[in-house]
Design a protein around this ligand. Structure first.
Ligand code: 5GP
Length: 180
């Protein structure tokens, strides 16, 4: 059986960069592909980044009990298929789920053997300054984002590990210690 790791962290903390660097160094780990109803971003592909579903298709999967967990995030639905996770673990693949904290806590309830890792910003003040420094978002959007970041940090107390992303190298090293 492969091992299951769940990684969460607010957008803006560089979670994606840390996970990509970890995966580059550790091809024995695989990133789970989730389903989502959000639109495809430039460069994204169906079956690579996500399985892009219509709301109707997503709802059918919920009704058929196909999801290990699913959550609504920023007006879109995201979910992890049970079958995908079970198949990978049964094949002996070590799997990483990159999902939000609500989904992660649901996975932990169903699969207590899952290891939950939260990637935290060095400080909330620094993150706020960084978001404001971009000058790309309205004050309202920034406030909304900060509120969701604070909620995620609050949920992180239920995680098995918290990794502070001070530098990518340090964060990757800490994840190597956890998964090694
Ligand atoms: P994005 O739209 O930027 O790709 O992802 C938005 C958020 O959805 C991120 O916090 C990401 O971790 C989360 N997410 C992605 N896939 C899943 C999933 O299958 N389940 C849950 N609960 N969250 C997910």
């Amino acid at each position: 059986m492969g091992k299951l790791f769940v990684i969460s962290g607010s957008s803006g903390v560089g979670k994606g960069t840390v996970i990509n660097e970890f995966l580059r160094k550790h091809p024995e780990f695989r990133l789970s592909i989730s389903c989502t109803t959000r639109g495809k971003r430039e460069g994204e592909e169906h079956g690579v980044n996500y399985f892009f579903l219509s709301k109707e298709e997503f709802k059918n999967c919920i009704d058929n009990n196909e999801f290990l967990e699913w959550a609504e995030f920023s007006g879109n639905y995201y979910g992890t298929k049970k079958e995908f996770v079970e198949r990978c673990l049964a094949n002996g693949e070590n799997l990483i789920l990159e999902i939000d904290t609500k989904g992660a806590l649901n996975v932990k309830k169903l699969m207590p053997e899952a290891n939950l890792i939260f990637i935290a910003p060095p400080s909330i003040e620094e993150l706020e300054a960084r978001l404001r420094g971009r000058h790309t978002e309205t004050e309202e959007a920034i406030q909304k984002r900060l509120a969701s970041i604070k909620l995620e940090i609050e949920n992180s107390k239920y995680y098995d590990y918290v990794v502070v992303n001070d530098t990518v190298e340090n964060a990757v090293r800490k994840i190597e210690e956890i998964t090694g």
